[in-house]
Design a protein around this ligand. Structure first.
Ligand SMILES: [Zn+2]
Length: 294
């Protein structure tokens, strides 16, 4: 275990988590402008507040979403800035949501856990390629996670980006590292995580975005058993979240619950610890699980 590498990964994860949340706000600004121009009803206050985020990259400076004060470098140090300012803007004291710090800490933890639990060795450049593609996918997944949590929507372009990363990831495993790909198992994974949700979306039970997201996630898992575990864990997390809301009668029939965050969380766990969970926690080996389901 290399402590310096672990610290570097944690810092990188926190920085990229901060970057991911910044992208969430920019994407939301573009979405609102697009909806507004298309004649869809939008929240005008939100539109006014976020519209300023759309500008050329070279003029792009991070700013407070409330007072629009340009932020200095010391306001942008992940985790520490948030903690030292007590989650408030230095200039106008407006509250900065917990989203920022949760994404920073979350991605730092995912980066370190990925290194510690990575199922393949990381000795050569060829072996590093799938690892870096996975970390990149985790950044995209963080943006999707936050966006879906806030607005119950999985932006199409990001879903497609995740799918493309999945194809590259599989290709790098097979072509660069000579991994054997079980096509049947891969198709099973795509059918379980993608096909099932696309089918459900036809009935309006979930959004179509969940299905497209599922396909991208399945490409990384590449294994129907891990896809099954992801589905199981996502529903389990969903129940943990929803039952208390239901008991406190805070859940109304017409509220659409974003399912993407549960899927993404379950996917990360399955990717990094799926085989261990299947063989140890459930107490039976993969082959027995095969016999049980088929
Ligand atoms: Zn401010």
């Amino acid at each position: 275990m290399n402590i310096l590498l672990i610290v570097s990964l944690a810092v990188m994860g926190a920085l990229l988590g901060s970057f991911a949340v910044a992208q969430v706000w920019r994407l939301r600004a573009h979405q609102l402008v697009q909806d507004d121009q298309g004649g869809d009803p939008v929240n005008k206050t939100e539109l006014r507040r976020l519209k300023r985020l759309i500008r050329p990259v070279r003029e792009d400076r991070s700013e407070c979403l409330s007072c629009h004060h340009t932020l200095a470098w010391y306001d942008l140090v992940p985790v520490f800035s948030w903690l030292s300012l007590g989650g408030k803007c230095r200039y106008c004291k407006a509250k900065i949501g917990a989203t920022e710090i949760m994404a920073e800490v979350g991605l730092a933890v995912v980066f370190v856990a990925s290194y510690l639990l990575w199922p393949y060795s990381l000795g050569s450049a060829a072996q590093l390629v799938p690892f870096v593609l996975w970390l990149t996918a985790c950044i995209v997944a963080t943006i999707l996670f936050v966006y879906d949590t806030k607005w119950s929507l999985l932006p199409f372009a990001l879903n497609i980006m995740l799918g493309c990363l999945g194809v590259l990831y599989l290709t790098s495993l097979v072509v660069l590292n000579g991994a054997a790909l079980d096509i049947g198992s891969l198709i099973g994974a795509v059918a379980l995580l993608g096909g099932l949700y696309l089918l459900f979306s036809l009935f309006g039970w979930v959004g179509m975005g969940d299905g497209i997201l599922g396909i991208g996630l399945a490409l990384f898992l590449g294994d129907w058993q891990l896809a099954f575990l992801t589905l199981f864990l996502a529903n389990l997390f969903g129940c943990f979240m929803l039952i208390p809301l239901y008991i406190r009668k805070k859940l109304h029939r017409n509220v659409r619950i974003p399912f993407g965050p549960f899927l993404i969380l379950a996917w990360i766990i399955s990717m990094l610890a799926g085989h261990t969970i299947i063989t140890q926690l459930f107490g039976f080996s993969g082959t027995m699980l095969n016999a049980l389901v088929l």
